[in-house]
Design a protein around this ligand. Structure first.
Ligand code: ATP
Length: 209
């Protein structure tokens, strides 16, 4: 599972999803847009539109799925609920992985029931350019004895470990930067798939209205 606001999806997300699948030998990567992200301001574009952009971005990419399950729930989008629903779908023995970027990882102790996440899945932290702040003490405490140093170690149990992973391609692309460029009328070409850019331009998304 790779959750996020995807406001909008960009090549940093999509390339990471493909590389995660390869590096960790995953059957499938569920990209799950948050309907209502608990720890940030309301996204500038509604969840249905962010999902539509994500679907376009994924296109026919093998193994990647735009997963709408958080849009089907009411209230804040908690990752523990999403993982619980994936666990139910795939069964107790399946190896489940929740991937997140280093920036999101730094705030993990603020999430609801972070220990529960480890009961449900392995956590894989993706290295991100410009995001290398040291871990807060409470986070060090939370991941104590969970950290493993190679992806093979994630095969031993269906959940419970933490792996920090440097994917082959690190992309310094953020949705914040994409939105900023759109607001000021600068080019977003090659930061996200062309089909996503086309829909954003057609609908004049992320502009001042
Ligand atoms: P924003 O700039 O609005 O905060 P974002 O670009 O970080 O957005 P999110 O939708 O918040 O995108 O990210 C979803 C997940 O993907 C998070 O775990 C985030 O850390 C990760 N992620 C986002 N961009 C990248 C990137 N370029 N490389 C690796 N991981 C990324």
């Amino acid at each position: 599972m790779l959750g996020g606001t995807f406001d909008p999806v960009h090549l940093g997300h999509l390339r990471s999803a493909v590389e995660l699948q390869e590096c960790l030998m995953l059957d499938r990567v569920h990209m799950v847009p948050a309907s209502m992200p608990p720890l940030r301001d309301e996204p500038s574009v509604p969840p249905e539109e962010r999902l539509a952009l994500l679907r376009l971005g994924i296109g026919q990419t093998p193994g990647l799925t735009a997963d709408a399950r958080e849009l089907e729930r009411h209230g804040p989008s908690y990752s523990a609920d999403t993982l619980a629903s994936l666990r139910e779908e795939y069964g107790a023995e399946a190896r489940l992985v929740m991937a997140l970027g280093h920036d999101a990882f730094l705030r993990l102790v603020e999430w609801r029931t972070p220990e529960r996440l480890f009961e449900l899945a392995h956590l894989v932290v993706i290295d991100r350019p410009d995001h290398d702040a040291p871990l807060p003490d409470a986070l060090v405490e939370l991941i104590h004895r969970r950290e493993v140093d190679c992806s093979e170690a994630l095969f031993q149990e269906p959940a419970g470990s933490l792996l920090r992973l440097a994917l082959p391609t690190r992309m310094a692309i953020s949705a914040t930067e994409v939105r900023r460029r759109l607001l000021e009328g600068s080019s977003i070409r090659y930061l996200l798939p062309e089909a996503v850019e086309a829909r954003i331009q057609e609908r004049a998304l992320y502009r001042r209205h």
